[in-house]
Design a protein around this ligand. Sequence first.
Ligand SMILES: Nc1nc2c(c(=O)[nH]1)N[C@H]1C(S)=C(S)[C@@H](COP(=O)(O)O)O[C@H]1N2
Ligand SMILES: [Mo]
Length: 536
Amino acid sequence: MSDAPRTPTRWVRPAVAGIAAVLFGAGLGELAASIVGPESGPFVVVGSLLIDLAPPWAKDAAIALFGTGDKAALLTGIGLVVIVLAGAAGWLEWRRPPWGRVLIAALGAVGALAAATRAGAGMLAIVPSAVVAIAAIGALGVLLRRLAPFVPAAAGDAGAEASVEERLAASADPARADPPAPPDRRAFFAWAGGAAAIGVLAALGASALSAGSRAVTAVREAIRLPKPATRATVPASAELAIDGLAPVVTPNAEFYRIDTALSVPQVDPADWSLRIHGLVEREVTVTWDELLALPLEESVTTLTCVSNEVGGGLIGNAAWLGYPIRELLARAAPTSDADMVLSRSVDGFTASTPLPVLQDDRNAILAVGMNGDPLPVEHGFPVRMVVPGLYGYVSATKWVVDLEVTRFDRARAYWSDRGWSERGPIKLSSRIDVPRQGQSVAAGTVTVAGVAWHQHTGIAGVEVQVDDGDWRAATLATAISIDTWVQWRYDWDAAPGSHTLRVRAIGADGEVQTADVAPVAPDGATGLDELTVEVA
Ligand SMILES: Nc1nc2c(c(=O)[nH]1)N[C@H]1C(S)=C(S)[C@@H](COP(=O)(O)O)O[C@H]1N2
Ligand SMILES: [Mo]
């Protein structure tokens, strides 16, 4: 306490100045992004860059830890790192100018670089990050000056290169004839609070603005999809309607969502078109109106994510309305050397799908509808691919705008570049939904139920094993088709004690689901779902 003007400002106030300045800048940056385009928002672009750079184990770990909340977790993490760096920048600028400003400028540069390298980024994409850096640096200067009255160079050792701290020390020099007033703590915090508040208000304004400009949501709501030329039927006997068992058709709001898009692409159907090119006789372009004018078919297909752990929930079943991709490919006429279609989303995501899978008679479609509604925006509005039998990462491109007919030895897709298999047929699998792991049940007849799937092969049977007993046949619900999961149930005569339940599926081709455990990377998990229950 001997050095009165220095002690309280040693690091707390400079760090507060840094954080307040960066909040101020970040808020203005988000505001700029809401005008330039939400996909250029500094947090979103840095998050997207991290997602793109993340190795497969990191994607895995994020999904395992946070599930479909992985994006919120990522943004929170970035926010915390930025706050720590902002505090450090304030402190650095106080002790070693101009390094605090340099640090903030570097953060801005990272944002600008991330923004400029996003798919479809325009010249303006770097603006929000530049705004963050410039506004934060400006605010930091103002706030630090509140901590240290400026001492003119003439006063002695406090020259232009002197740190604010040195100037402050000089200002407290008792030898000075007219020492400037010591900095006012309250005034400083008022300024810092004001800067932070402006930042937060700007960010709130930005989110209101971009919500208001979510014109695409309004366009989507106004869409009346044409009646299907062929309608999908779901037999009543496909639904066992057991409490706790996943419904055979997954409501849109409950459908899992997995993608790399931190900011959901907003594609106006009026601006949408799909280009088919590459190894083709003739290029084909289809617009939204042209697509809707074609005879659309409805088909039920179960989507599955390659990151789905044994027993996991990254799987869902929906009735999709769309047009067969094989018909559009037939118009384009792939050349005989082609063996793959690289589909590309408006946000740069790509998937490699074997060409024959898109040409055979399965329901590989360009989908526009999901369970009777236009595709939800986060599920790919206005148009996505749905391909029975393949994991989503190699087939189910959302916000799809481009199909390049090519070869596996010429092009690689988003996840193939990150250690995942370039082909991803869905593996035969099954899951127990009821009872729940650890649940206590009464002795007697206990309903065990779940789902089993092997898309485009079909399920012939499901078997349940209690402890180390014999495998017993479960009863299957009616399968909607070989492209969908099927519900099953088993009435178990439960004796008191702790028991382990295990399930395995048998494919329509006779394959028995393996008990061998494999992780999700590189091409999908294997092993048997099992759980323990207490029977009283
Ligand atoms: N544009 C785009 N499409 C994408 C992805 C993506 O990251 N970006 N992820 C794929 C993956 S890994 C899966 S499992 C499915 C999930 O589709 P859903 O979110 O509609 O369930 O979308 C696929 N399509
Ligand atoms: Mo996935």
